[in-house]
Ligand binder design. Structure first.
Ligand code: PLP
Length: 470
């Protein structure tokens, strides 16, 4: 592609992007296509000769777009958001154009030095003390896997990487049943084994881990010859926003020499607002913390902030240093690829820099406070309707509810969430609370307004009434 054509199509892509964003409210949130419908329109054989750019773009609009679920739709209330504030999209255009691979300081000094700066801005923004260093990971899953590997190596006196696990007593990691399944996967992938992830019961209004049970489990395991290595606590669990008592988890874990990792993938963004910080009080004593600015804060996916009290432990666990990756004579620089599992690194700091500068912390705080207020208001409206029950009260901007109806409540509420999502005006996800199906609602999309929460109320009540009348 010559420079002129590249320029023209780049311009067209940017114009398309802004028109697309403007059109979102008129589109169904969740893709309404049947499985296989998109693949059926794509030839099974690759093209032998190059094709015209206009034809490729036309197919993008006609074939691909109808099969997209619109994560930037202001009425995306499913899962957790993957926000891309427009300013972070602009930063990503620039990153894409430069296409730098930022694995070492010298492969793009600005990427490394900006990362050090903006990750520290984020640390300050969420109120973590200055004893924490940080690195941008692709996902919370990667950060948690790294943390579990550090737990493993610490507990094995740094011998696991060399010797494997068979020569050692089985390790034990502890968490409640409210943590994300990325924690389960980190335990399998690290070779610790699913059976050695000890589930501690969670209870109370925040579904917090029972710390007496945690301590009893650690002592029991030590007596039985296991090697307790760490605890994974959550602030804002995926299902209903569960929050462990971090101070108490840390107290028990550190008393027994265990490492504590806090998964706040979603709720960490809310900690830029001082009034939510009591929900993770004690976090300043944790050994590592992860949160995803790509979830609620508005940094285009992917962007996960991983804070570590002792980065040397991370480097000791993960760094690879063949001769060609050495940066001789550069004392004091950071090669962030030594802090992560993948070697190659995208330039993720730029979108954070643009985002934080353009909106300022005040702008982002207002967005988060609005989401929390609108979720609370919607929960109150649904709770006041006799046909609905609020199953878990709003935690940050997430609550869950059930429609009363149908002989089989689980089947009825699954049918309801499917019918709501088929309607297309909003998008929700189901979960299970104490074994029973409930429907989740989270407010978090960057361009959401209060009127969008009102639409959610209308759609939920209309669709449910339609089902009841059938
Ligand atoms: N932790 C929590 C609490 C989550 O909700 C999620 C995903 O929604 C994850 C971890 C995994 O995040 P990622 O997709 O960044 O790996």
């Amino acid at each position: 592609m010559d420079e002129k054509t590249f320029g023209e199509w780049s311009q067209k892509a940017a114009e398309w992007g802004s028109a697309y964003r403007a059109s979102l409210r008129d589109r169904p949130v969740r893709a309404q296509t049947a499985p296989g419908a998109i693949a059926a329109q794509i030839p099974s054989k690759p093209p032998q000769t190059g094709e015209d750019m206009a034809a490729i773009f036309e197919d993008f609009e006609n074939i691909i777009l109808p099969g997209m679920t619109h994560w930037q739709h202001p009425r995306f209330f499913a899962y957790f958001p993957a926000n891309a504030a427009p300013v972070s999209v602009i930063a990503e255009y620039l990153v894409t154009a430069m296409a730098a691979q930022c694995m070492l300081w010298q492969t793009s000094p600005a990427a490394t030095e900006l990362e050090t700066r903006v990750i520290d801005w984020l640390r300050q923004a969420i109120g973590l003390p200055d004893g924490f260093s940080g690195v941008i990971q692709d996902s919370a899953s990667s950060a948690t896997l790294s943390a579990v590997l550090v737990m493993r190596e610490r507990a094995l006196n740094w011998k696991g990487n060399k010797q494997g696990l068979s020569a050692h007593a089985p390790l034990r990691i502890y968490s409640s049943d409210q943590v994300h399944t990325s924690i389960d996967r980190a335990i399998w992938v690290s070779g610790i084994g699913e059976e050695n992830l000890v589930r501690i019961p969670a209870a109370g209004p925040l579904h917090a881990m029972d710390c007496q049970a945690l301590e009893a489990a650690i002592i029991r395991d030590k007596d039985a010859g296991f090697l307790p290595a760490g605890v994974i606590a959550c602030t804002g669990g995926t299902s209903t926003g569960a929050c462990d008592d971090i101070a108490e988890v840390v107290r028990v874990a550190h008393k027994h020499g265990l490492y504590v990792h806090v998964d706040a993938a979603w709720a960490g963004s809310a900690m830029i607002c001082e009034e939510f910080r009591s929900l993770w009080a004690g976090v300043e004593e944790a050994d590592s913390v992860v949160f995803n600015p790509h979830k609620w804060l508005g940094a285009q996916f992917d962007c996960s902030a991983h804070f570590i009290r002792n980065p040397d432990d991370l480097v000791r666990t993960l760094a690879i240093q063949p001769e060609y990756l050495k940066t001789h004579g550069r004392d004091g620089i950071i090669n962030y690829s030594e802090w992560t599992i993948p070697l190659g690194r995208r330039f993720r700091a730029l979108k954070l820099w643009f985002l934080l500068r353009f909106h300022g912390l005040d702008g982002l705080k207002t967005m988060i406070r609005n989401h929390v207020a609108w979720a609370n208001r919607l929960a109150a409206r649904l709770g006041a309707n006799e046909n609905f029950e609020i199953v878990t009260a709003p935690r940050f901007s997430l609550f869950s509810f059930r429609h009363r109806g149908g002989a089989d409540s689980d089947a009825h509420n699954i049918a309801l969430v499917n019918a709501i999502n088929d309607d297309g005006r909003i998008y929700l996800t189901q979960t299970r609370v104490d074994g029973r199906v409930a429907i989740r609602f989270q407010a978090g999309q960057f361009d959401m307004t209060e009127a969008d929460a009102d639409v959610a109320f209308d759609v939920i009540t209309e669709v449910a009434a339609g089902m009841a009348n059938r």
